[in-house]
Design a protein around this ligand. Structure first.
Ligand code: EPZ
Length: 429
């Protein structure tokens, strides 16, 4: 199994290109199931999760073509993929596939909307909490689907098609909102989604659906209105830049010091996180090309942060911020409100010398003068990358095991950091 080896202490200088967002790419690929025409997605990142979803869609009969290189492109550009769900041959998503990637459960919406039935394995728990799908099921029921749960599978049926309805989410859910949007796009009549997720990835999916002929208004606000249409067509859509990758590298630069341009990054996608970094003593400068992040020799100030749905501080940057605050000049508090068990990085950061106390959903981080390298591992993507950030500032050598978690969500992580002067390499075995 591959490992990442880091020797800490190098400042970062240069340019890091930001890839297309994983969490927009996945639902956009799934949206390809809604039409028998070809959906062309540009700026698709090279990630293990994208490959896994290709397999899952392939099982439903979807043809996926990955376009070759174009003039002026190098390996750093995102790829263009053609998704063609002309004929759906199977409406079942089996356990072996769905259990490996939770977002694949979302295929249930386009399958039932277009085919009138879907049988999709329940995703099960995962390393960051129980993560139920009750709200996704509720949304489909509100649109007229009959739901049965049998043998660990959710079976959704709407033989005469879905019909518009009122969906009021009791809690903000990104996956629930994606599901509702995709199902409502092909339902008869009007759907109103209340307390919708406002995440930029939801807006990106709604934009793409509208280009496919859907009639969606209000994406990016808490109230979305969808007028159903009878069919959708193909289109071409470029995936928006990854705000979590952006925030992660911004924190890496804040940690090591230096000056890096995060190319293609868009500040409005993560304003609250950038404000936190500025408060901690980092210089954040939006430019025409992206966002410049710099920190000189001055120390880091502690911060108090609570995660929240967009536009709040993202849960997907919580672990990275905690790694950063292990080196602050004082005590920080980080409260996690989205997932109940997203603190696996705490024990591993402690192995590097961090001082962190957990009390329910709040972590108290007492900054230390130095971290010391050690072998570490983590059981989810964002926790793993927080260990990379800590390793970049730790004295001596840190090895991060179970790199496949990083490969799920960070494209060419070690190359991007090494190009800016980090002493980081992948050790393949
Ligand atoms: C998406 O997950 C992201 N995944 C997650 O990113 C992200 O952490 C999360 O949104 C929150 O921003 C993708 O986009 C692929 P939710 P999702 O439904 O949609 C509860 C990463 O590292 N809930 O918004 O699954 C749930 O338990 C990943 O890239 C229910 O109670 O998250 C949680 O407490 C990890 N019932 C809260 O809602 C439901 O039916 C928000 O979850 C659904 C969710």
């Amino acid at each position: 199994m591959d490992r990442i080896r880091i020797v800490g202490g190098q400042r970062l200088h240069g340019t890091i290109p930001i890839s297309g967002a994983k969490n927009a790419t996945l639902p956009l690929m799934i949206a390809g199931l809604l039409t028998d025409e070809t959906l062309i997605l540009e700026n698709v990142p090279r990630l293990a999760d994208v490959v896994q979803l290709q397999r899952i869609l392939g099982n439903h009969g979807v043809d996926i073509m990955i376009a070759g290189k174009r003039a002026g492109e190098n390996g750093d550009n995102g790829r263009t993929i053609h998704i063609s769900a002309k004929t759906i041959v199977d409406t079942t998503a089996p356990y072996e596939m769905v259990s490996r990637m939770r977002a694949s459960f979302w295929v249930i919406a386009p399958l039932v909307a277009r085919m009138g039935e879907a049988k999709v394995s329940m995703p099960g728990g995962c390393a960051i909490g129980t993560r139920p799908v009750d709200l996704l099921i509720m949304a489909l029921e509100k649109l007229g689907a009959d739901i049965e749960i049998e043998g660990g599978y959710v079976i959704a049926r709407a033989p005469k098609g879905l019909r518009g309805g009122e969906i009021a989410f009791p809690k903000v859910t990104v996956g629930g909102t994606h599901t509702a949007l995709m199902a409502a796009a092909l339902a008869r009549g009007t759907t109103v989604i209340e307390n919708a997720a406002r995440e930029p990835e939801v807006v990106d999916v709604a934009d793409c659906l509208n280009k496919m002929g859907a009639n969606i208004a209000g994406a990016g606000t808490a109230r979305i209105v969808v007028e159903g249409v009878s069919r959708l067509h193909g289109t071409r859509h470029a995936v928006l830049p990854d705000r979590i990758e952006t925030g992660t590298y911004a924190m890496a630069v804040a940690m090591t010091g230096g000056d890096v341009l995060l190319q293609n990054a868009r500040p409005e996608l993560l304003q609250v996180a950038l404000d936190v970094l500025a408060k901690a003593g980092t210089t954040v400068t939006p430019t025409n090309e992206g966002i410049r992040i710099a920190r000189n020799g001055a120390g880091l100030e502690p911060v108090d942060v609570t995660t929240a749905p967009f536009p709040g501080f993202p849960t997907d940057l919580q672990a990275q911020l905690m790694a950063l605050m292990t080196r602050a000049k004082g005590t920080s508090h980080i409260t996690e409100t989205i997932f109940e068990n997203r603190f696996m990085h705490v024990q591993e950061l402690a192995r590097l010398g961090a001082r962190i106390q957990l009390d329910g959903d709040t972590a108290t981080i007492e900054g230390v003068a130095r971290l010391k390298g050690a072998p570490v591992m983590a059981t989810d993507l964002r926790a793993s990358v927080s260990l990379v950030i800590a390793g970049l500032a730790a004295e001596g050598e840190t090895t991060v095991n179970r790199v496949y978690h990083l490969d799920r969500g960070f494209e060419r992580l070690e190359q991007k950091l090494a190009a800016c002067g980090a002493a980081i390499e992948r050790i393949s075995e």
